[in-house]
Design a protein around this ligand. Structure first.
Ligand code: SAH
Length: 431
């Protein structure tokens, strides 16, 4: 069947309409005339498979990466100008649809490095034809595909990943077996300042001394951990974390500040662009007495805005991240900055003092209902919402608009080649 693609879908696909019914076609770009076949037919929509591009868009270019099976980068076939257009369009559509916001959205702040920017990965490990492979699960499925290389990963991360794959085979390591509860489940890698932290998520087993020795001899490797996980919870790590070799923490320098990062702590995936984002947030904050940052991770943003207030309190639910964050405040001599380990809404409601500025940076699911209620109850005069998911941002804004008006919306490209868009939204309490 032939059709013209009408608009972008939130996952980077092109959307066409056949007799009013939307068809989602991966790899197609708005404006293109394409040929497709129907892969899945549902009541309200269809999934199309792109067969041929008859009239290509001028936003199409030849893919810089030939690995397609991993499905990790939905916009690899779109040039960078097109990727930015897609992200701006999605944000605009979503804010209009769910939040009724049709005013200005600032042009997206571009990523300086559109390849080789990603500082971490969490990848499943499986046996394929008797060979151990590090790979990915395809979207919305449990189909494992080995990853021969990834050009979005930072350089050392990718070198270490490939070296570890070959060492795992040399040492005859096996994939995780849920019966014996042994074997390798996941490989987690993080690269900061050219050093790589390696975390083997395994069953209940010891890793051979000589294997660890070999891994620690890989030049960029700066820290090695093992996490024992025998349950099937969604948490990537198990309860037991063993430090095996080299440093415990990773170090990140952010302007004049030094930050420590333990394996369980979260940090932004694009190190360079994170600084651009933090600087921007810092520029929005009005000098005041008391700033609260909810979902604070290792406290990077709190440190960055610390000169704007007499007191800064961060709230974060992961204990190791809070340990890092408090250490980070102390090591950088910021006595007025501290962090508590708690659920965001819970801790925020307990605060007695007047909070003038609240910064929130929640996970993709957005603010949960108790946090939304807490904000509407306490009404800090300035609210800065950092979001990695336009849909939940827009739905949350709809509710927050009872008390706030939207002052500015600034998208950032943190994850080039993918459909993801990060947004910083500044809200002010209505008079
Ligand atoms: N602002 C930080 C981290 C943002 S990621 C940075 O820039 O690095 C979101 C963080 O929210 C994660 O660290 C996650 O552990 C934390 N989190 C998730 N749910 C939470 C909750 N209910 N309460 C507090 N923190 C939560």
């Amino acid at each position: 069947m032939k059709t013209t693609i009408k608009k972008w879908g939130i996952n980077g696909e092109g959307i066409a309409y056949i007799k009013g019914k939307p068809v989602f076609i991966d790899g197609a770009i708005p404006g293109e005339l394409v040929e497709f076949s129907v892969a899945e037919e549902k009541e309200k929509y269809e999934i199309g498979k792109l067969e041929n591009v008859i009239q290509p868009s001028n936003l199409r270019h030849s893919r810089p990466c030939q690995v397609q099976e991993c499905q990790g980068c939905s916009l690899m076939h779109v040039n960078y100008k097109g990727q930015c257009k897609m992200k701006e369009a999605i944000l605009k559509q979503t804010l209009a649809k769910y939040a009724g916001y049709t005013k200005k959205i600032a042009p997206i702040i571009k990523n300086e490095r559109v390849l080789g920017y990603r500082n971490s990965c969490k990848l499943p490990v499986k046996m394929v034809d008797q060979v151990i492979r590090i790979g990915m699960y395809q979207n919305r499925s449990n189909q494992f595909v080995p990853l021969p290389r990834c050009i979005v990963h930072q350089k050392n991360l990718e070198i270490v990943r490939q070296e570890i794959e070959s060492l795992m085979n040399q040492f005859h390591l096996k994939e995780y077996d849920s019966k014996t509860k042994t074997g390798i489940r996941t490989l987690v890698l993080k690269e900061f300042e050219e050093k790589v932290q390696v975390i083997f998520v395994t069953g209940d087993m010891d890793l051979e001394e000589s294997f660890i020795q070999e891994v620690s001899q890989l030049k960029p490797v700066g820290s090695i951990w093992q996490s024992i996980k025998t349950d099937s919870s969604i948490d990537i790590f198990g309860k037991t974390m063993r430090h095996l070799a080299k440093d415990k923490d990773m170090k990140i320098h952010l302007h004049q500040y030094t930050l420590n990062l333990l394996p369980r702590s979260f940090y932004q995936l694009n190190t360079r662009q994170a600084v651009v984002l933090y600087d921007y947030v810092q520029s929005l904050v009005r000098p005041c007495r008391f700033i609260v940052e909810a979902y604070s991770g290792i406290g990077a943003m709190s440190l960055m805005v610390s000169s704007k207030a007499k007191r800064v309190l961060g709230i974060e639910v992961i204990e190791d991240a809070v340990i890092n964050a408090n250490q980070n405040a102390r090591n950088n001599h910021l006595e007025h900055v501290s962090f508590v380990c708690d659920d965001a809404a819970n801790a925020f409601l307990k605060i007695r003092d007047k909070v003038e500025c609240l910064i929130v940076d929640p996970p993709r699911s957005g603010l949960d209902s108790s946090m939304r209620q807490a904000i509407l109850k306490k009404k800090p005069s300035q609210l800065i919402y950092i979001s990695c998911n336009p849909s939940t941002l827009a739905k949350n804004l709809k509710e927050l608009k009872q008390v706030y008006h939207i002052v500015s919306v600034q998208p950032f490209d943190m994850f080039s080649q993918t459909q993801h868009v990060e947004t910083v939204c500044l809200l002010e309490k209505k008079k």
